[in-house]
Design a binder for this molecule. Structure first.
Ligand SMILES: [Zn+2]
Length: 74
């Protein structure tokens, strides 16, 4: 019982800090791609640090940084 309370509090805290400190709104650094299928999954939609599998072909997807994170987006 206590564990569930602790987990939900932790999730809320990390969501808040990501929104505040990210500067880009959602903390996304890029996206995973399957170039064969043109499938794209944003990193913020993936749990953990492991690359997800392509929903179409099942291959491991490649991480690609968002170009906006390396320069000025003005
Ligand atoms: Zn694929």
């Amino acid at each position: 019982m206590g564990i569930i309370d602790t987990v939900s509090e932790t999730l809320q805290a990390s969501t808040e800090s990501a929104n505040r400190g990210g500067g880009k709104g959602d903390g996304s650094k890029g996206a995973y791609w399957c170039h064969d299928c043109a499938e794209r999954v944003r990193d913020v939609d993936v749990e953990g640090d492991d690359p997800p599998s392509c929903p179409d072909c099942g291959d491991e997807m490649d991480f690609e940084r968002s170009p906006a994170s390396t320069g000025c987006a003005c």
